[in-house]
Ligand binder design. Sequence first.
Ligand code: HEC
Length: 157
Amino acid sequence: MLNKNTLMSLIMAAFMLFSPAAFAVDSSELIEARQGLMKLYSVNMDMLGEMIRRIQPYDKKKAKDAADNLLALSRLKQGALWPTGTGLASKSLGTKTSAKPEIWIQKENVAQKQKDLVAALEILSRDAGWSLRNLEDSITAVNKACKGCHKDFRARK
Ligand code: HEC
């Protein structure tokens, strides 16, 4: 049986869990999250790169999995990870991020860069599991799409 105090604490706990304050994510966490997304891109790209450079043997299943991961990542809705004012120009956050302020101004350009990436990854995920040759052919456009966005919107450290 629940006594009155236990019941009250349970109700309070539930309240805390669902109150907006419990969900408030601060900007540095959002920066870490979007950098985490970028790192996930990198890990999967590196796996494919190692197969291409013959550091690890080409494996159809692993290649297909990495390509599918990349495509799934590129389709995440990222809006919440990029709140305005969390770029390099921010006094409090500027040291934590390499996002150039232009990313919040040139919205169409950013959207186009993201579309380029998704389009290249659709081809990669279709082709990566066929053969090493197909993987090599289709990864070029993906690299280009990553670099294309970094060139405009990511500062070199
Ligand atoms: C639409 C633009 C865009 C695309 C496409 C893009 N990136 Fe990024 N990337 C950025 C920006 C902006 C940053 C800086 C983020 C920050 O520091 O807040 C970044 C940062 C990174 C970082 C550094 C993360 C860290 O820990 O600081 C890596 C690694 C990275 N990207 C890899 C990739 C790879 C690999 C791809 C392609 C599969 C890719 N990115 C595609 C915009 C993009």
